[in-house]
Structures are given as C-alpha cells and as structure tokens.
Design a protein around this ligand. Structure first.
Ligand code: FES
Length: 517
C-alpha cells in the first residue's frame, strides 16, 4: 500500500501546515517606537495569545510581540490534541513529585481543556472542536507493556477516568491500551484567531517581526530592548512565551531544556477512520487523529521524533509516516506535510513562573514536552494570576526554580555533554559535499575557502552559500532537507536556506558567504 501511494501520489513537495494553509491571519506592524505598557508578552503562539487575552480581560494594558508572524511557531504546526493524556506521564509524576502534584497535573490540564471548550462555546467559533476518546497503546509485549500497566495503575491511584483495553478501534493489534474518554481536538488557529480579535477589542496591541534582545533593565520599571536596541518597551511585567526565554536571567535555560523535532502528514484515508485520538508509546512514536478539511475527513498521522539537527535524512521521517498511514488506513491523497519542534525540560514538567527566584517580574512558560495546547492554557492562567497577585494552586507544580531533579541530574549532564559534543564535532567533521555536485533543490555542508559552509542550490540554479555557525552560541547547524532549513542541534535555532531566522533562540541570520570569493 505504502509503495503504491508513493508512486501514485507521494508526499507534497514542500512542507506546509494544514492549520496555516487554511487560516487567513491578520498582519501587524513592526515596532517602530518606544512604548510603555503594563505587561509585555513576547511570543504570539497559544501561550502568549491566551496570556495576553486573560490579562487584557482583567484590565491590564498588554502588548504582544513576536519575532516573526503570529502563530507561526509551534502553535501553527501542532497536531492540536486537547487532552490531559500526555503519553505515559502520570506514573513518572507520582514517582518524582508525589501523588498530589501528579493529580494537580491532571487537574490543571483537564481544566485547560474545559476552558478552551467554554471559550469556543461562548464565542461560537467554527474551529472543528470535537469530543474524542484519547488512547495510548503499545504493540510491544515486554518492557513497554509493563510500563503501560503501571501508567494505568497511576490513573487508578489518582482517580483519573480511564479504561484498560486489549484492543483499540483502529485496524491494528495491540498488547494493551489506556483510554481516557471525553478529550478533544480542534483547529488551533481558528480558535486563536478569534481570541486575537477579542484581545484587540479590549485595546491590546500586537507587533510582528519585532526582535527582542536579551538584555533587560531591571532597576525601576522593566525596560526591554527591541529591534537591536533601537526601541524599548517599558513595563511592569514581561512574559516570555517563546521557546527559549528571550532573556535567560541566569536561569540556565539553555542547559535545562532540549529540543526535539517531530513530523506530521494530513492524509485522506481509503478506509473510514474509526474516531479517537491515538498515541503509540513505542519507538518510533505514532500519533493519529482526524480533522475536517473542506467537508472531508482527513487523518493527521504524526511522530518520528528526534533531537533537532540530529537526523541523517529528515525526509525519511515523512516517508516512514506515509508508509505507516498507508498500511493502516490507505492513503488516497496527502495534501499537507509539516514538522515542528518542542522543548523538553529536565524532569518533563514545563517551566512556568518567574524566570528565577530573584527575578519575579519576568515570567517564563516553556518546555511543554509536545503537549502545548493544554499546558499553554494552564500557563496563561498561572502567569495571569501571578501578575494579578492572586493565588493559583498549580503555580508551585510548574515553578521553574524547582529542583527535585532525581531524573534531572542525569539528563542535565547528558544534555550538556551533548551540546559540548555538537559544538566540537560540528566544527571537526570530515564529510563535505562539493558545491559543483549539488543538484537543483539540494543543500549540503560544503567546504569553502577551507572553512565549513552551507550551500543550497534552488530550482533555478541559484546558489546560496552561508556560514553554518549558529549565531546564537556558535554550534554548527546541519542541513534539514525535509524543510530546506539549517537546524542547530544545540538549542534548536533554525534558519532558511537564505540564512533568515525561522526559529530562535537565535536573533541574527546566518552570515552570507560570497561563492566567488
Ligand atoms: Fe544555541 Fe544554536 S547555539 S541554538
């Protein structure tokens, strides 16, 4: 079946997210002046938009800023499952944080799902909001099955509604599965577009294509530098709602988070989809859910996670998903393919709250471990309450200055060793392509004037030559042929083949090189 599809239809030539492709979003100006506000929210994805909306609703003056376009980070490229079933997490949370915190995690994510549902109802938003049962399953008889059984015991301990199953509605055999009933899926951008409208109605301001510098003046009111210091934003509170915090505040976030890419396809299946949202807890992971598109039902097949910048062939990940979806449901047509990247913390719980215990006017929300729809909404509530001076029973759960760190310490060391290794190995690798051998549409690491360089030849034969050194902290970027981008393995910055920043933490583009020099 998979081979048949490849010949007849194949994958779309270029990646494009179904959500982005089906939503017309308003545009906003670049910041061109100094401004004053109560709260500056940096990053206009689901976290930033929801936080800005809640604060504006509470009467605060709020400015929302993004280094690119709104909703063009992870939020525009999610699989948009709105659920408190986040893979196998509850057993781990009980072991590392105790039952109360594990129960809080379920509660806060369940409430976030209900908040989204209530907003959709109140605003009457047409965003494909649909109740679905969520399933995690394993096809592995050994280790993973016993872990899944422990996960189910955790559901029982915490009183999480769930059911143990030995089969799922999909046409596949499994060794075990847990169903969490009554979860949801939606079109995230249709929902957020409406939230943006509500935010603007309350006097909120949005600036796009506005880069924020790392330095923040913290004596007196906060002063954030924008557009390479040309403009400033003076505010009482700042919220970092981007992947890596725009300012680290000595919180060492670059050492406490790692970045993973994952992939998704929207597939028109040949056989009817039985309903439900699925996640395999085996390796490689697999995720499925349906979506209504032009009145038809498509299936979003996702998975194939790997650390950013560390995949031999990114296109292979799409092909693997195509094969999986084709064999399972048949794939008549694949209109969209896209990929995203997620940040993961040392202990798998997001960091939400003051950036450090000494700097409580800069708040951060990051590290959702792929579960951004509900964790972001929870983050928006926690941060809004913090700014309004209200108690929030979940703030301690997420506080970034926690250091329980039993699983963390090991990961901490491995991650930093990983970054150091990337830093060095990227600079010393021996394999280079020759520029003259590049085909149209091909990119590769090449040698130029004795130095490592990145080259891409477009369909018209134009050559783009770049210094591959990441402008963030100097690791070497790697070519990602699936997205035609240069990806940094250290903290996940991504650049187009022309060198423009696609995703931070980098702010500056890759240096262009002259092929004739
Ligand atoms: Fe940090 Fe590249 S060195 S993202």
């Amino acid at each position: 079946m998979g081979e048949h599809i490849q010949k007849e239809q194949g994958l779309p030539k270029y990646p494009q997210s179904l959500w982005r492709a089906t939503t017309e979003l308003p545009t906003f100006p670049r910041l061109k002046k100094n401004i004053k506000t109560d709260v500056a929210v940096v990053g206009a994805g689901i976290t930033g938009i929801t936080t800005a909306y809640l604060l504006a609703k509470a009467g605060k003056q709020v400015v929302l800023l993004d280094a690119g376009r709104i909703m063009n980070g992870t939020t525009g490229f999610t699989t948009a499952k709105v659920t408190a079933q986040h893979g196998m997490i509850y057993d781990e949370l009980i072991n590392h944080f105790g039952e109360e915190k594990a129960r809080f995690y379920y509660e806060v994510n369940h409430k976030a799902m209900n908040f989204i549902g209530n907003q959709i109802k109140e605003w009457n938003v047409d965003c494909d909001w649909k109740q679905e049962d969520a399933y995690i399953y394993t096809q592995d008889e050994s280790n993973t099955l016993s872990q899944l059984k422990n996960e189910y015991k955790a559901y029982e301990k915490l009183g999480i509604p769930g059911e143990w199953l030995e089969s799922v509605p999909l046409p596949m055999s499994v060794h075990g599965a847990i169903k969490m009933p009554g979860q949801h899926r939606f079109h995230p951008l249709a929902y957020l577009k409406r939230m943006v409208e509500e935010f603007l109605k309350m006097g909120g301001e949005i600036y796009e294509n506005t880069t924020i510098g790392e330095e923040v003046e913290t004596k007196g009111p906060l002063t954030i530098k924008a557009e390479r210091g040309n403009h400033s934003i003076t505010c009482q509170y700042a919220v970092s709602a981007s992947h890596f915090p725009f300012c680290d505040g000595k919180g060492l976030y670059f050492t406490r988070l790692h970045v993973e890419r994952s992939y998704a396809l929207a597939v028109k299946p040949e056989t009817a989809y039985p309903g439900g949202m699925y996640l395999s807890v085996d390796k490689p992971s697999r995720s499925l859910r349906s979506v209504t598109y032009n009145g038809e039902e498509l299936v979003i097949a996702g998975g194939e996670n790997h650390p950013t910048g560390k995949s031999e062939s990114t296109h292979t990940h799409y092909e693997n998903l195509e094969k999986f979806a084709g064999e399972l449901l048949g794939a008549r047509h694949i209109p969209y393919r896209w990929s995203t990247q997620d940040l993961i913390t040392l202990d798998n719980l997001p960091y939400i709250g003051p950036i450090t215990s000494n700097q409580d006017r800069i708040l951060v929300a990051t590290g959702y471990r792929k579960w951004g729809m509900t964790n972001s909404t929870a983050a928006a509530h926690v941060m809004t309450d913090y700014i309004l001076g209200k108690d929030n029973r979940y703030s301690e759960l997420y506080t970034p200055s926690r250091f329980k760190a039993d699983p963390a310490l090991k990961t901490f060391i491995v991650q930093n060793a990983g970054v150091a290794k990337e830093f060095i190995s990227g600079k010393t690798e021996m394999t280079y392509h020759k520029i003259e051998h590049l085909q149209a549409g091909e990119g590769a690491v090449v040698r130029h004037n004795g130095q490592r360089a990145g080259a891409y030849k477009d369909e018209e034969g134009n050559l783009y030559l770049l210094d591959t050194t990441c402008t963030h902290l100097g690791c070497e970027t790697q070519w990602n042929e699936g997205e035609r981008s240069w990806d940094c393995p250290c903290h996940g910055s991504r650049y187009s083949y022309k060198g423009e920043v696609l995703e931070g933490p980098a702010i500056d583009p890759l240096k262009k090189l002259d092929p004739h020099e």
